[in-house]
Design a protein around this ligand. Sequence first.
Ligand SMILES: Nc1ncnc2c1ncn2[C@@H]1O[C@H](COP(=O)(O)OP(=O)(O)O)[C@@H](O)[C@H]1O
Ligand SMILES: [Mg+2]
Length: 494
Amino acid sequence: MPSFADLVRSHTDLEPADVAWLQLLQADWQIIADLSFADLVLWLPDRQGSGYWAAAQMRPTTGPTAYVDDIVGTFVPTGRRPMLDTAYSQGRLVREGDPEWRDDVPVRVETIPVRHAGRVIAVIARNTNLLGVRTPSRLELSYLQSAAELTQMIAAGHFPSPGQRSDHADTARVGDGFLRVDAAGRVVYASPNALSVYRRLGVSGDLAGLSLADLTRDLVPPRRRPDEETLSVVLGARAHADTEIGNDQVTLVLRSIPLRPTGELIGGLILLRDVTDLRRRDRELVTKDATIREIHHRVKNNLQTVAALLRLQARRIDSASAKSALEEAVRRVGSIAIVHEILSQAVEEHVPFDEIADRLGAMVTDVSALAGQVRVRRDGSFGELPSETANALAMVLTEILQNAVEHGYPPAEVPEEPQVTGEIVVRVRRLVGRMHLTVDDDGRGLPEGFDLDESTNLGLSIVRTLVESELGGQLELTAAPGGGTRAVVDVPLE
Ligand SMILES: Nc1ncnc2c1ncn2[C@@H]1O[C@H](COP(=O)(O)OP(=O)(O)O)[C@@H](O)[C@H]1O
Ligand SMILES: [Mg+2]
């Protein structure tokens, strides 16, 4: 289906300001479709004047559709639907007595010229499926009257109202609650849903005849309502505007549409929707996020305490191998703490891993005997990773980097010998659904006859288990092209 913009560009000569007007109209025309119980189709005149293109369509949510199929992109030549021609050329609403029959469905059609800056720029066809029409109730009469006034405003160029667009997700629809007020802001009609919303706000009697602004001011504490000016404008339906009000029990969004069919303000419509549950869920999500972040923060603090205790213990031990085992444990705990620290600052359960990788690199080189001689450089970006992946990957990277520092660059045996220097390159590529990571060092390389599958030391066992089981990926350890060692980690990402 071609888009509105495509159709405008390929078939019409509309100016940017006209296009903007038509887009503003589409932001609001759901209201008219709902109030009319009818399908709306926006027809744009062809550049050559040979006919009209259906550029947009809106179905009612309050009644049956007159168009089962989408008709956007359809062309109707001039003369085929005289009602379109009349509305366009004479600039007036056209209404015919007899229904059209479409696949055994009687459809009443009316056409409405869309006027902007004094010219007719398009035509709206309003199609009512007459099978859905019952003996009109007060609600239906009230809807239809308002729809008629809004269509008059479109024909006169008073609708849409420039300024506020109200097609956001929690905006109120006609079916959520509909109120009609007169020019003095007194309620003329309230739909049953609107009445229920006001009952929840604390009204016991009827709304008819009451000033909506005065009534609402009494029900809503000052901190839960907009400033006095906005309140009286919205609740008096004197401008096209949105606002949100509430008390301890209920939160509602309100949307006002002034009615000026002949230019003079005769009153307006107010749509309202109870969004109490929506707002409660929003608040719960916010506190849940904050709680999760706080937990990560505490886990990090606890891990740092554990690391400090192990470090203390390592200092008091004489056995060199026990000392180094404890120091390794300190490092492992430290790398998990870094992940939790980053998670405690993350907005979602996703972490930007580059920062973690860089800090791990710094941690591993700083504490080694080679501090300042070996450096870690990152090439490419890890991007965002889910927290579980980040945890496992942080451990993997720590072990690999640690091995490069520890086994790649042995400390000089005689202090006078020239000091070793080296560079470890962490290269990462995010491919579709995968992440490919290589860590190259330019040290002395793997021992003769080294076989990853035979190696039983703890460090690489941890790495292999995490890569293969936790991350579902593959690990390889080979000679780096430029001498030294290359570790390759390839893992799938969702
Ligand atoms: N980058 C590297 N350069 C040289 N040798 C390495 C490298 N990475 C791993 N090795 C070899 O693999 C062995 C096993 O590593 P690991 O399982 O981490 O145990 P550990 O580091 O405690 O010795 C190391 O002892 C070392 O011989
Ligand atoms: Mg190791």
